[in-house]
Design a protein. Structure first.
Length: 94
């Protein structure tokens, strides 16, 4: 049950991240997460897998570095998401 809730939360955060990156991308020449990883050329399952993986590594504060934010607005949003991950982890551990 806990694993299902975690996957659902990761999917929701990944969907939020997808909307932010797509919104932050005004044209095809910008250096953003959406353009750099060519997400417009991938199918839905591939995009979902990338975003769930990205959120898992971000929220667990592992941050492997294979996917990372590119623009300033993306970095700001990820800082907030990282703070959420650290807060949840601290709450669980206390």
């Amino acid at each position: 049950m806990l694993a299902w809730a975690a996957l659902t939360g990761l999917d929701a955060m990944g969907s939020f991240w997808f909307l932010i990156t797509k919104w932050a991308t005004q044209n095809d020449d910008e250096y953003t997460f959406y353009n750099d990883y060519a997400l417009s050329e991938l199918d839905g399952l591939q995009v979902t897998t990338i975003f769930v993986y990205f959120m898992f590594t971000t929220l667990s504060t592992v941050g492997l570095g294979d996917y990372n934010p590119k623009s300033e607005i993306e970095r700001l949003i990820i800082c907030l998401i990282l703070m959420l991950g650290v807060t949840c982890f601290a709450y669980i551990m206390s």
